[in-house]
Design a protein around this ligand. Structure first.
Ligand SMILES: O=P(O)(O)O[C@@H]1[C@H](O)[C@H](OP(=O)(O)O)[C@@H](O)[C@H](O)[C@H]1O
Length: 633
């Protein structure tokens, strides 16, 4: 490893911004893949994958030594102080080289071997197949068809090989439409709501320019409309601010000219581009890192970062898509400029609102496989996994994980998984320990043979599913409304996620958060309930046995059965155990559910739109529905 100027440095201090008096002195080791800091008096050792490092900065030397600041992609900030300036320089140069790998082979995934019992490298690599997911969604073959037009990625290099399109669309129409869409990313199906036959399609922007048009593209959208027997219209949800879409026109792209797209309702949604999001996260990081802020200053700075405003705009757009499909029975085409950032966020979230399957552990992984990995979100570029162009880095996936967490706060019973599940996925996008997120599209991953050469994160996670289970989960949540959830988007409903952005700040603090405590108590109660019911069954069995014994005059006299008697006593104690805590929690839980279900109006609307007859009167629905969306967003 010629990158390493040094492999071991003694007399290093790891400062704690939030506890300056805490002297953490130890030894720093640099290996091929990790920085390790060891202080025998502190457990556990600190292990940091080079892939997790965002920036390394040498700071002003002081009488205390030579400081080195490391900012991580999981929002951890490490301030080391070296006794010798030379050591600081050697570590700085080493990290500068080690954190900017040039090619995949340098990444940890190609050397990682799971600790303990080995499991097959293939575990978790084949959880997603497009056809299987479309079959699960019950996509009707008379309305939609699978096409192999993208075999070997020859039509669109960044799309998956398997695509689903309207059954009436010809291959010529598809080819013509692809040539009229940015990077060939033509409108194709990503989610199907079988209850009212509405479709969610996704694409990139059209190459309209000042007056361009494509009859093929127009015919393809008419075919989308005709694939939905429930409505004569469809929506195009352009996730961008209108002004950005207009700016793209000058570059020969832009948005659909509705004169050429009859029966289409157009909505601009105002989600900002990757550059604005990168700057917003930079401001958020500065707020997180600053221990000197008091509460008021913290929230003022958080506001000025606009991070929560952007999170809200992504959720709001996804909610609009779900409501348009649900209440207007209209199919939707969602796009942005390239159709791999904001489109991935909003299509995935809208699907998560409409289909409870995506709120299970496996379903959420399938959702990421479909709308993020298969449809070509550029993980390499956006997460800076290889030597990167800073202009391409942006927290698009972090925002999606944050949005998911926001929805979990509103619907704590609707998700099979917990916060730790989201944090694990987020952190392993950056760790490069597994192959799932390497590359920018499906074609890249196949070229690198990642499923043969690396382990899958899903394979790793399924070995410890209990870690990721949400004890509040109710698989039948909102069952009478088919599990559909429509989140609230009032600003006060969007919260700062300290479990993501501040989790390392108080890492050594022993205090348990309220949420953790409630989760623990609730999980304990669940466990006790299970034990009580198991014991009750045992008691019933024993009572039956002893009744039989009395009838046959053969009551067991031998001392071995004393255990059974003591069990009976124990069981009796447990059975009469004060279950007030369980009752309170169940009562509390019921209150939470009541406050989290749809508002009266939305419940009515949702019931109407998915009523058995499914005969929704569009005009009434649209007329009644206040989407609170302005075209000029
Ligand atoms: O929309 P713009 O202002 O042109 O900005 C573009 C969007 O952010 C694109 O992401 P998208 O997939 O969300 O459109 C991104 O891929 C491009 O690099 C950006 O230039």
């Amino acid at each position: 490893m010629d990158y390493l100027q040094t492999t071991k440095v003694d007399k290093v201090t790891l400062k704690d911004r939030f506890n300056p008096s805490f002297e953490n002195n130890g030894t720093l080791h640099l290996t091929a893949t990790h920085l390790i800091f060891i202080n025998p008096a502190v457990n556990p050792e600190l292990w940091l994958s080079y892939s997790h490092i965002a920036t390394v900065e040498k700071q002003q030397i002081s009488i205390k030594g030579a400081p080195l600041k490391i900012v991580c992609k999981d929002f951890r900030v490490l301030n080391f102080v070296f006794y010798k300036e030379r050591d600081c320089q050697d570590v700085y140069v080493s990290l500068q080289n080690l954190t900017k790998p040039v090619n995949y082979a340098e990444l940890h995934a190609f050397t990682y071997e799971p600790p303990g019992s080995k499991w097959p490298r293939s575990d978790g690599w084949n959880i997603f197949e497009f056809e299987a997911e479309m079959t699960r969604l019950e996509v009707p073959s008379d309305l939609w068809r699978k096409t192999d037009i993208n075999k070997d990625y020859k039509l669109c290099p960044t799309y998956p090989e398997v695509l689903y399109v309207p059954a009436t669309a010809t291959e010529e129409t598809l080819t013509g439409s692809a040539s009229f869409r940015s990077r060939g990313r033509l409108p194709v199906l990503t989610y199907y709501h079988k209850y009212n036959k509405t479709a969610l399609c996704r694409s990139s922007q059209p190459l309209t320019g000042m007056r361009g048009r494509s009859v093929d593209d127009e015919q393809l959208l008419q075919a989308v409309i005709q694939s939905n027997p429930k409505s004569p219209v469809m929506y195009i949800v352009d996730t961008r601010p209108k002004i950005n879409a207009m700016a793209n026109k000058a570059a020969g792209k832009g948005y659909e000219n509705l004169d050429n797209y009859p029966n289409v309702l157009y909505r601009f949604r105002g989600i900002q581009n990757i550059h604005v999001m990168r700057e917003s996260l930079q401001k958020l990081s500065e707020v997180i890192e600053n221990p000197a802020l008091n509460a008021g200053e913290f929230f003022d700075s958080l506001d000025s970062s606009s991070w929560l405003k952007h999170i809200r705009s992504v959720i709001d757009t996804s909610r609009f898509i779900a409501l348009a499909m649900l209440m207007d029975n209209a199919s939707v085409l969602c796009h942005c400029s390239d159709g791999w950032d904001r489109t991935a966020q909003t299509c995935a979230l809208a699907s998560l609102f409409l289909d409870p399957y995506y709120r299970t552990i496996k379903g959420y992984q399938i959702l990421i496989e479909k709308d993020w990995l298969a449809f070509g979100h550029k993980f390499n570029c956006r997460c800076g996994l290889l030597r990167r162009e800073n202009r391409e880095v942006s927290p698009v996936f972090t925002q999606f994980i944050d949005c998911t967490w926001q929805i979990m706060q509103q619907f704590p019973f609707a998700f099979e998984f917990n916060e730790q599940f989201l944090l694990t996925i987020h952190d392993h996008v950056y760790s490069c320990q597994f192959g799932n997120f390497l590359g920018n599209c499906q074609q890249d991953r196949r070229k690198e043979s990642l499923s043969e050469k690396t382990y899958s994160l899903w394979g790793y996670m399924c070995k410890q599913l209990a870690t990721y289970l949400n004890p509040y989960y109710d698989p039948n949540f909102n069952a009478d409304k088919r599990g559909i959830i429509i989140p609230l988007i009032n600003p006060q409903c969007i919260r700062f996620w300290s479990g993501m952005y501040n989790r390392h700040a108080f890492a050594h603090s022993k205090s348990e958060t309220i949420e953790d405590r409630a989760t623990r108590i609730y999980a304990d109660n669940k466990k006790l309930e299970k034990e009580i019911s198991a014991i009750s069954e045992e008691i019933a069995l024993l009572e039956n046995k002893s009744a039989e014994g009395q009838v046959n005059g053969s009551i067991c006299e031998n001392p071995e059965d004393e255990d059974e008697n003591s069990n009976l006593q124990l069981n009796h104690d447990l059975k009469t155990m004060d279950s007030s805590t369980t009752e309170i929690d169940v009562q509390q839980a019921t209150e939470i559910v009541d406050s989290n279900t749809l508002s009266e109006f939305e419940q009515l609307a949702v019931q109407d739109s998915i009523s058995d007859g499914n005969e929704v009167k569009n005009t009434e629905m649209t007329k009644d529905v206040n989407y609170t969306i302005s075209d000029e967003a």
